[in-house]
Write a protein that binds this ligand. Sequence first.
Ligand SMILES: [Zn+2]
Length: 503
Amino acid sequence: MRSILTRPVITLSTACELKRKAVIILDMKKILLIALYTTSMLCHAEGLPDLGDISQEAISPQQERQIGEQSMYQIRADKSYLDDAEIADYLNLLGGQLASNSSEPGLEFEFFAINDNAINAFAMPGGFIGVNTGLILTTQSESELASVLSHEIAHVTQHHLARMVSGQKFDSLASLAVIAAAILAARSNPDAAMATVIGAQAGVMQRQLNFTRTHEQEADRIGLGILRNSGFDVRAMPAFFERMQKATRLLEGNTPPYLRTHPLTNERIADMANRVQQMPAHLVPDSLSFQLVRAKLHTMQKSPQEAIAYFSGALGAQKFGNPVAQRYGLVSALLQSRQHARAAQEFAILRKQAPANPMITTLAGQLRRAGAIVDQDLIAFYRSATQNFPQHRALTYDYTEVLLQEKRFSDALTLLNQQITAHPNDPRLYELQARTYAVLGRHQEEHHALAYNYILHGNLRGSIEQLELAKQAGNDFHELSTIETELKQFREIAAAHAKNSGK
Ligand SMILES: [Zn+2]
């Protein structure tokens, strides 16, 4: 893993500068730049705090958000980051519902999955919450998954990490980047010897960043309230933690990372069970999306042959699980192994059983694109699918691919521009836009779109290179003036970063 300190890090002061300029100069791309630099990096009107002075005062919510953002640049670039729009959309829907019942319903949360079998979930300051695929597959109900997310949301709304960090003593080397690196190491990978990579100071901090028993009990208590207010089964919380504790006893010395960052005691479980007894209990059925996400994760972790055997066996047994989700998994695996006739056959049964659902519609589209289902008008299919499920990003990506194949380039650009207005921080949309411009020979716009794709992945150097290519590639006056402005700003940020990290 590369060090966060050698990666381009956008500093607070230059970001503020950028905000002022960006608002005035940019029009079409304004939404993106504002979303990029102002929501996360609001500035104090009277000037900026020196980054070295953090220990002298409490960390502000804006600084928390910036620490989280910096950690996210690192996480998104890591190969374990699960870049799957359907799973991310599901986690954000579930997490968003829970967060709206927290003490900070206005805080912007981002939930994401890490492709790792270890049981773990972690929160970072500013509302970024990661959950390992191993944990999603270990939960036995959606209420259990919701209880882990609620606990993490409570760590964020109680500012536990910020409170730990602001109690630390820093010397002049300390910066938000060091804090971000330490938090990242402590949260996502508590055992890794990150200290040598991210600097000794971050290493020392990392060891002090495990939540205390008081933090844990507070997160349990508040998390339980979030769970109850969101209509989930509150008994799921003690049930899940108790099962983890039992599993740990069996796997001596093999404690899941989650229990190392969130110390679990008998007292905690007893406390949870006690509170739950005083709340009305009711069984809450799992949503179909929860079941489909788990089926999709199973197909991702197995070979297509293994997945076909697994889901065929489950459907044959007719005893456990959700047959709609099992058949969804089976069709996905059949499609992957190119058994098109059988995939179409099983999908016909699935369609009769399943209610309208965006993941099933996405699969229907993929069967059509592969030729397993014959459809003479794919564009009509996707037009109607994206109208029915406008928030489902996977459908938009696939629709764009179809438009490109059919050489409907201007329709593709119209769709992408609409989507970019709605989701200005989605790097995939800029990648698709760049590909469309490339086919059209519009290289200035192609490189300009790629510059946005790179900056959204936290790659400032790559973004500058693309802006330089864009500058050389065309002569549209309006576009050129935007490019030159951004290039100047991004170079200033890079220079400021080089100066800071050279200290
Ligand atoms: Zn915890």
